[in-house]
Design a protein around this ligand. Structure first.
Ligand code: AMP
Ligand code: TRP
Length: 330
């Protein structure tokens, strides 16, 4: 049986990269899979955060999940800190994970920066908690953007380490699902940088909460080169190619089809069409988020119900894992 799990951190506002790389994929999988989608608030503690804003950010992320089209009847939507399995299994897995594996993680190196010794144990262990998120539901498929590839490989290695150490076939090795035409959406200001929640320029990203005018303005102001036509060439034309990928993903078509369709168009006309398309697809998401922001009791209810369902799945798996390692008598 296939079981899907994925997570997004409640840090900063959800953006087009999260939408195309993750949320749109989450929605696509809910029809024919059992899906569990998590707002990973424990992961948000690994970087400096504002305690007064965290619960609100979790609620806003949940609104973003729902506004993107996740149906809380069909999938489990909850926040990580409400299900005790994550930290408990995280500890058990931490005790099996060699430091050498963690030392290879590029995201830790980027986030820790030059002051490696000042980085927290939590930031270092971030990918172990991520492995627990996935393995604690015995998930088989994990939709993510390209940047999570290395963490997913580590999750597979940790699952293998557990199974080998205890001579069991308990955790399935989770498969990353890195699919679609925009698995790595780049900044609208700099085609060499990933679109991210932490970019200081708001014009670098389209937030899911942006209104229609803002979305159109950001697309129109997106940096491009002086080549006149529409081509796909991420090496030579990173910014233009990023817009082609975004168009393809938003329109549910392929990059090649976009290039063919606009073969004789000027780039400025293509951009104007992209602005319209982005407004058409993302405008309603932002409007629904706004509506949900006015109904926090509903969103909290979805999260509470999701936490109950998540715990009902993870609790027995956790207990079995505790038996396997010897914490619980069989
Ligand atoms: P994060 O915002 O880091 O919690 O990421 C949540 C999900 O969105 C993960 O699956 C990421 O791989 C995905 N994601 C984040 N930024 C991008 C991006 N610029 N392009 C594609 N996917 C992304
Ligand atoms: N590390 C992921 C990110 O920043 C978020 C995440 C946490 C996650 N736990 C997960 C993604 C489990 C997939 C599965 O994007």
């Amino acid at each position: 049986m296939k079981r899907v799990f994925s997570g997004i951190q409640p840090t900063g506002s959800l953006h087009l990269g999260n939408y195309l790389g993750a949320l749109k994929r989450f929605v696509a999988m809910q029809d024919d899979h059992e899906c569990i989608y998590c707002i990973v608030d424990l992961h948000a503690l690994t970087m400096p955060h504002d305690p007064a804003g965290l619960a609100g950010a979790t609620r806003e992320a949940a609104a973003g999940f729902l506004a993107s089209g996740l149906d809380p009847e069909r999938c489990v939507v909850f926040n990580q800190s409400r299900c005790p399995m994550h930290t408990r299994l995280g500890w058990m897995l931490a005790c099996l994970t060699p430091l050498g594996w963690l030392n290879r993680m590029t995201q830790f190196k980027e986030k820790a920066g030059k002051k490696r010794d000042g980085a927290s144990l939590g930031l270092y262990g971030y990918p172990v908690l991520q492995a627990a998120d996935i393995l604690g539901y015995r998930a088989t498929h994990v939709p993510v953007g390209e940047d999570q590839k290395q963490h997913l490989e580590l999750s597979r290695d940790i699952a293998g380490a557990f199974n080998r150490r205890f001579g069991v076939d308990f955790f399935p090795l989770p498969e990353p699902v890195i699919a679609g035409e925009a698995t790595r959406v780049m900044s609208l200001r700099d085609g060499a940088r990933k679109m991210s929640k932490s970019d200081e320029s708001d014009y670098a990203r389209i937030n899911l909460t942006d209104d229609r005018d803002t979305i159109a303005r950001k697309v129109r102001k997106a940096r491009t080169d002086s080549e006149p036509g529409v081509t796909w060439d991420p090496e030579a034309r990173p910014e233009a190619s990023n817009l082609v990928a975004i168009y393809a993903a938003l329109a549910d078509t392929t990059r090649q089809a976009v290039v063919d369709e606009y073969a004789s168009a000027r780039f400025s006309d293509f951009k104007a069409r992209l602005a319209e398309l982005a407004v058409e697809k993302l405008g309603p998401v932002g409007e629904e988020m706004k509506r949900l922001a006015a109904d926090p009791a509903y969103v909290d209810g979805v999260l509470a119900d999701g936490a109950r369902r998540a715990h009902a799945i993870a609790g027995p798996i956790q207990a079995e894992a505790e038996e396997i390692v010897g914490l619980l008598a069989p």
